[in-house]
Design a protein around this ligand. Structure first.
Ligand SMILES: Cc1cc2nc3c(=O)[nH]c(=O)nc-3n(C[C@H](O)[C@H](O)[C@H](O)COP(=O)(O)OP(=O)(O)OC[C@H]3O[C@@H](n4cnc5c(N)ncnc54)[C@H](O)[C@@H]3O)c2cc1C
Length: 397
């Protein structure tokens, strides 16, 4: 490794040690996630401080060019920053779908005007974004989407509905796939639009979930006027952008639980707490499942490191990226299944009358872990993608 990158590592380490408050170096419970946006809320002064310091460095989007609000780091430096943050256990200072998913697509396909208008507020955590892709009859088969956008003067007029829109009711902006070419073959008549969620005619209705949370919405569009300059990429050319965006989504999702509780390493602690001395055949089998799960996680982390090294060396890592989301979400679900089995009668708690708070939280997290095997493309669909695009297998007749 060159001495310049080693120097960058030392400076970054020193900066993080001086600027990341101690309370921001602890695992992050879900209710302490910070979402950027117009209505940002901090739970502590340390959270605000950490957010502001990282924002001012441009490190919400470390590898974006500085003229668009990013940190201007090259891929190698960005990888060093993320490994130093992991080493110190720094919490992500904010979560923002815009930065993870739309931002890279805008950098590749957006006009200069769109980049200058949309990227800087995203990179400062001032706008919160949601994704308007899925519809009631267009999830895995996304290209069947029907929400329409007809041209009318300087605007598109949008009608229809999106579903499973995460935090649609809390977001400032949406990136949405809409049908602009109803007469064209289904993949060829789709465009990508960005729209302000405060536009007249947009209604976001929360959907209650089995986990007791309500992070999803169904969003309705009734004659919503969207300026034509909000079209990203070519008219009817949205499918190419959607595919690129989904790749970024899957890459982001394979990192989702890095700071989630409980981690695989907490699994080892749970093993000692709930099953310190396995005796019966069943207990020994459970112990073995837990150990296998820890080993799989370790292998996954090593693969991720290999992927980062490959990306740095500009090798084609698209195959590993496609596999990464599938493996990670399946492993996360397995982890929670094992945790619940370990907890025995302490598992599946729904109220704090009979269970401890963290046991009830575990039930919610277990249920949510199933959702991650569906979000961003279900495991079955991921397997199809890997079969076709990575392994080159033919379509089944
Ligand atoms: C936590 C979470 C967050 C989400 N957030 C968003 C969001 O913010 N914005 C958004 O637009 N969407 C979001 N979604 C929606 C998500 O993208 C869809 O749920 C997903 O693409 C699956 O679509 P569907 O629910 O319509 O299921 P369907 O497509 O109806 O699938 C039903 C079942 O059939 C299987 N199946 C379907 N087609 C095939 C096939 N060809 N081969 C084999 N099996 C198949 C699927 O694997 C699944 O098991 C989210 C979903 C979840 C769970």
């Amino acid at each position: 490794m060159s001495s310049t990158i080693e120097q960058f590592r030392e400076e970054t380490r020193a900066w993080l040690e001086a600027n990341c408050p101690a309370s921001m170096r602890t695992p992050m419970p879900e209710d302490e996630l910070i979402w950027g946006g117009r209505e940002i809320q901090f739970k502590s002064d340390d959270q605000r401080l950490w957010f502001e310091r990282m924002r001012d460095k441009g490190w919400f989007a470390p590898d974006w060019p500085t003229e668009y609000g990013g940190g201007g780091l090259d891929p190698e430096q960005a990888a060093v920053l993320s490994s130093e943050m992991r080493r110190l256990g720094c919490r992500p200072p904010q979560i923002n779908l815009g930065i993870w998913m739309l931002g890279p697509v805008l950098l590749e396909f957006g006009s200069e005007e769109q980049k200058r208008e949309l990227l800087p507020p995203m990179a400062r955590g001032e706008t919160r974004w949601c994704q308007g892709f899925s519809e009631p009859n267009a999830g895995s088969d996304l290209a069947s989407l029907r929400t329409s956008a007809r041209e009318d003067g300087d605007d598109f007029v949008v009608n229809g509905t999106k579903i499973w829109t995460s935090y649609g009711n809390k977001s400032d902006w949406m990136y949405a796939l809409v049908r602009t070419g109803p007469q064209q073959p289904k993949h060829a008549g789709i465009s990508l639009l960005v729209l302000d969620m405060k536009s007249p005619g947009v209604t976001a209705t929360p959907i209650d979930l089995i986990s007791g949370k309500s992070s999803f919405c169904q969003v309705f569009f009734d004659e919503v006027r969207v300026p034509k300059r909000n079209l990203i990429g070519p008219l009817n050319g949205g499918w190419t952008l959607a595919k690129a965006l989904l790749q970024h989504e899957r890459k982001a999702m394979s990192k989702f639980s890095e700071s989630a509780l409980p981690t695989h390493f907490d699994l080892a602690a749970h093993l000692h707490e709930y099953l310190p001395e396995p005796a019966s055949t069943g207990e020994i089998a459970l112990h073995q499942r837990a150990v296998a799960c820890l080993m799989d996680e370790h292998a996954f982390r090593l693969t991720n490191r290999r992927m980062l090294e490959g990306m740095r060396a500009r090798e084609d890592m698209s195959g590993v990226m496609a596999i990464s989301k599938l493996v990670h979400s399946e492993q996360e679900r397995d982890k929670f299944e094992i945790l619940l089995d370990l907890m025995g009668h302490r598992g599946l708690g729904f109220s704090t009358q009979a269970h401890r708070e963290r046991e009830v939280a575990m039930t919610g997290a277990w249920l949510a872990s199933f959702a991650q095997t569906i979000a961003g493309g279900s495991s079955e669909v991921q397997l199809n993608v890997i079969a076709k695009r990575v392994l080159g297998l033919p379509d089944s007749k």
